[in-house]
Design a protein around this ligand. Structure first.
Ligand code: NOJ
Length: 755
């Protein structure tokens, strides 16, 4: 290694410079409040209302709404923020107009949906959650922030922390799955990655935690549908990840589109003012979702824009995304005495504070530096993380007879790679709708490493003969259309069949009414099954899907999700054993749509079914109640054994920490990573409690033969719940504690919480 010697004088200058920068930043943070107040006194009412308005840029991610000339609007003081604008040079022009051609020169803030990467695309968020690796999730968002900020974006509409229990809802791909604890940890990691520890730095972006709140519980999984739930469910399942995000310092929040118990989220005072700003003491800025202020009228909860403006502002919402409702109605609402000047000022204050905290007033072009732009996007090292993330998020559901990994010196010689997603160039395949940083439909699809593209050479290097055969994808495909693929399979010793969902079908407004493999891909699997060849099914999906036949008949199944740019490389790494799979499901996979919603942390009911077929118990006549694959489940090429579950005591007093420890041994022959999960059950509380609740997890590395102790520490809060008196409280009495590698196969212990 060469050593670079820096002269002391240069070091001194550097030290002084860095001190002054840090000092300058600290000073400006300290001065934010007084600068906001000074600016506020100079603003006219129209300028204030303009600061509450966000308009759409060059990509539309929602319902089409009339678009005026952007520059003219900015010049007229009507724009505070622009969302979904890709073109870099245009952003510079817009910022110049805002800063130089408006009376007060208030800079614009640029917002963007950075859902799983900006220019370098990572696995979908649900897949990232399946890695259970929070350090990795943070690294992903750090890169996303580097890229987005270098391209002029200051604010990302992520993380989505909506808990989702219904795979029909296309947006489960955007969250962390069904569990509030895992969802909280993932949300925090994403916020840390985006925001770093200095929001005003030119390589960090503000997070926007969404959708506040309840959206994940839309009825029947139908997009934008009604949400109705008990206070218990709201407090225990829906809100914890939002609270964790607020505590983690999420700069902004976004309203949900949906109603909650009849009240549209954007005008839900209980949610915004009482809970978010009151109980949680969060003081950031909250933006509507796309025209969600305007949609209060369509919901039938506001009469017109004036009424909608009054209701949304009074509830505590601040900025109007796209709909122009405040532009049309807020002044009238003030004139009619429906809102006060003080309320408007408070919202404007939050917006200005937000812009100050991003450093935009100190340098409006901080994020619009051409050199940084030209040198920061799509660095090769980002790909390394994308590959690691994709491989680490894949979940091995089945591996009968140790069919995988496909290594050198195998008894098999010929491999056929088939299936519609073996080598697809379809729009956004292996990505998702939410990769708009690449463009909506027009993008360079060669950036995606397709499965066969990487898998074929990787397997050939190990000595296999490999064929890749295009396979029909349509509900009209017949046995004849599959002929080439089936023939290739027939001629091979092992078949890798790639099935799943189209990339563009993953994301917002992508609800489905069936969870079967789309476009009758089951038919292909059935025909393939007749060959009785060792087969590996690779699933590209954005949600839990139903594939009972495959579960019973195909020996190896790998959930690859939508893995992003490094799809093929990551898949090759996992299938050849270069990476030992360690992903675990963040969402239950049902056996059939009829079981939905199905989730691990359900109540016991008064008549739990213990065996399929029992009558007068809570079950189905035509299906077991158990899922196809439970929450937290995922196999490895090695095996782990759990032993020695110990509690530090069997009786605890309120306020004491419950210590649970276990020994985990890698009892197989390969090194690997295991996510050790800890669940509890309150056996007799004042209200019925879930059969299991995740309270902690730790992902550990173990060499073959190695053992390690893992300890979980549970606080009184971990044992508490939202009781009938609307308070968090732990009840005295017996608890069970479970530790294991998934939510079903666990060791268990018991303790008592004394009064
Ligand atoms: C609507 C979506 O619900 C939200 O998540 C997104 O951030 C906005 N549109 C902006 O695209």
């Amino acid at each position: 290694m060469t050593k670079i010697i820096v002269p002391r004088s240069i070091l001194l200058i550097f030290l002084i410079l860095s001190f002054t920068t840090v000092f300058a930043q600290k000073t400006s943070v300290k001065n934010i409040e007084s600068r906001v107040e000074t600016l506020l006194t100079k603003m006219t009412l129209d300028e204030k209302i303009g600061q509450l308005n966000q308009v759409v840029g060059d990509i539309s991610t929602g319902t089409d709404l009339a678009k005026d000339d952007l520059i003219a609007q900015i010049r007229a003081n009507k724009v505070s923020s622009v969302l979904s604008h890709v073109n870099f040079e245009n952003k510079i022009t817009m910022q110049r107009v805002a800063v130089n051609e408006t009376r007060l020169g208030i800079p614009l803030v640029f917002g963007f949906d950075v859902i799983h990467g900006y220019k370098t695309i990572f696995p979908i968020p649900l897949a990232q959650a399946a890695s259970w690796d929070m350090g990795l999730v943070e690294r992903i968002e750090r890169i996303a922030a580097e890229e987005a900020s270098a391209d002029g974006q200051n604010w990302v509409f992520a993380p989505m922390v909506d808990v989702g229990r219904d795979p029909r809802w296309g947006r489960v791909m955007e969250g962390a799955g069904e569990d509030p604890y895992l969802g909280s940890r993932v949300g925090e990691a994403r916020i840390r990655g985006f925001q770093g520890d200095d929001l005003s730095a030119n390589n960090t972006v503000a997070a926007c935690t969404k959708h506040f709140a309840g959206y994940g519980f839309i009825e029947a999984g139908r997009e934008y549908n009604t949400v109705d739930m008990s206070d218990q469910r709201l407090r225990e399942i829906v809100l914890p990840p939002f609270q964790a995000a607020a505590n983690a310092g999420s700069a902004t929040f976004m309203n949900a589109f949906t109603t909650l118990n009849g009240v549209p989220a954007s005008m839900n005072k209980n949610l915004i003012t009482n809970i978010l700003r009151g109980e949680w003491a969060w003081n950031g800025m909250i933006v509507s979702d796309w025209n969600s202020f305007g949609e209060t009228i369509i919901h039938g909860a506001a009469e017109d824009e004036t009424d909608a403006s009054a209701k949304c502002l009074s509830a505590g919402s601040d900025m109007d995304m796209v709909g122009g409702t405040f532009q049309k109605g807020l002044k009238k609402a003030l004139e009619a005495g429906r809102v006060t000047q003080a309320q408007i000022d408070e919202a404007v204050r939050r917006v200005l504070r937000f812009k100050f905290s991003l450093g935009l007033f100190d340098d409006p072009f901080r994020y619009l530096n051409q050199k940084r732009h030209d040198t920061t996007l799509e660095k090769p090292e980002y790909r390394v993380v994308a590959r690691e993330a994709a491989a680490k998020s894949m979940v091995l559901l089945k591996n009968d007879g140790g069919l995988l990994p496909l290594t050198a010196g195998s008894r098999f010689k010929k491999i056929a790679i088939i299936g519609p997603y073996a080598d697809s160039k379809g729009n956004k395949d292996y990505l998702s709708f939410w990769t708009i940083g690449l463009g909506m439909r027009e993008y360079d699809s060669t950036k995606v490493v397709r499965p066969a593209q990487a898998l074929k050479p990787a397997l050939e290097k190990l000595g296999y003969e490999v064929t890749v055969t295009e396979t029909c994808l349509d509900s009209t495909c017949t046995e004849k259309d599959y002929a080439a693929a089936i023939n290739a399979a027939r001629a091979a010793d092992v078949v890798i069949v790639c099935v799943g969902e189209r990339g563009f079908d993953c994301g917002e407004s992508r609800s489905v009414s069936s969870l079967e493999l789309p476009r009758k891909q089951d038919q292909l699997l059935n025909i393939l099954g007749r060959l009785k060849k060792p087969t590996v099914m690779v699933l590209f999906n954005s949600r839990p899907l139903v594939f009972e036949w495959a579960s019973q008949n195909i020996p190896a199944i790998l959930v690859a999700w939508q893995p992003g740019f490094e799809t093929g490389n990551a898949l090759a790494d996992v299938l050849t054993g270069k990476v030992n799979p360690s992903g675990k499901l963040p969402m239950t996979f049902p056996r059939s749509l009829g079981q939905v919603p199905i989730y691990y942390n359900h109540l016991n009911t008064g008549r739990p079914q213990t065996q399929y077929g029992q009558i007068f118990t809570s079950g189905y006549l035509d299906s077991p109640t158990s899922p196809a694959y439970p929450f937290g489940f995922g196999l490895s090429y090695t095996a782990y054994t759990y032993s020695n579950l110990k509690l530090s005591k069997t009786q605890y007093k309120m306020g004491e920490t419950v210590e649970v420890s276990v020994t985990v041994t890698n009892s197989g022959s390969l090194p690997g990573e295991e996510t050790v999960q800890c669940y509890t059950r309150d056996l007799a509380a004042d209200i019925a409690r879930p059969v299991k609740e995740l309270k902690g997890f730790e992902k550990i590395k173990l060499n073959a033969g190695e053992s390690r102790g893992v300890t979980f520490r549970l606080s009184e809060h971990d044992l508490s719940y939202w009781n009938n008196e609307l308070k968090w409280k732990a009840d005295p009495g017996k608890f069970k504690v479970f530790v294991g590698g998934n939510s079903v196969e666990v060791m268990e212990g018991e303790f008592e919480l004394a009064r």
